[in-house]
Write a protein that binds this ligand. Structure first.
Ligand SMILES: [Mn+2]
Length: 227
């Protein structure tokens, strides 16, 4: 089996993505998995979607940012949009929309590695395959009643990964931290490229990390949490 390479939240950082893909020296036997949130906040959402949809066989997961855009497109309800969505929508082509509608998976499970790839994560109280789209794309923390939440709504919550005991092992993004967040049964690899951190790839089965630093802080650097 070739390498399985997960890539964290790109958020429109096309230059860093191109640099990372070059640094990885991709082989035909490699499998690339993008953990979601390709778009928004950064300088070139369209460029990232175009680049990723041009990679044959790449697996792309649904992030909360893509989920919001798809909900808007389905209901045509502009009230759910944020200003970053509007900037992205203005640049997306028909091919980009087709890709966002049809190519994004909620998660990807690889039995040979006993590993699941997902954007946000899981609560520990029920099996991963029984959890809602809202949870698996949006969770960062768990509140004191055991419910999924995030750092904005409940800053004192506990990282869901601290409560996850596996199996399976979980590789996820969505929680921008100053470095990868390694736990015995999970690893978070959103290292906040768009916030001036880095773009991170995690390679299995060797458990190797490859990173490219952000060229600048494109969006609110204070969102990068220390890990
Ligand atoms: Mn996210």
């Amino acid at each position: 089996m070739g390498r399985t390479i997960a890539i964290g939240d790109v958020h429109g950082c096309l230059n860093e993505l191109n640099e990372l893909l070059e640094k990885l020296e991709l082989q035909p036997s490699d499998r690339l998995i993008f953990l979601g949130d390709l778009i928004n906040r950064g300088p070139n959402s369209h460029g990232v979607v175009k680049r990723v949809r041009g990679i044959p066989g790449a697996i792309t997961l649904l992030g909360n940012h893509e989920l919001r855009l798809l909900r808007y497109a389905r209901k045509e309800d502009p009230s759910i949009l944020r200003s970053t969505d509007e900037k992205t929508i203005a640049t997306l082509t028909k091919k980009d929309w087709r890709f966002l509608r049809h190519a994004l998976l909620p998660y990807f499970y690889e039995p040979a590695l006993n590993t699941i790839f997902v954007h946000g994560g899981f609560t520990p109280d029920k099996p991963w395959y029984k959890q809602s789209l809202k949870t698996i794309t949006g969770i960062q923390l768990i509140d004191n009643e055991g419910n999924p939440t995030n750092s904005k709504d409940c800053p004192q919550g506990i990282p869901w990964a601290d409560t996850w005991h596996g199996p399976p092992f979980v590789v996820y993004g969505h929680f921008p931290r100053s470095s990868a967040y390694e736990r015995p049964h999970s690893i978070g690899i959103d290292t906040g490229c768009v916030h001036g951190g880095a773009l991170t790839a995690y390679i299995l089965p060797d458990k190797h990390i490859v990173q490219v630093p952000a060229r600048m802080c494109y969006s609110n650097g204070s969102r990068l949490f220390r890990s």
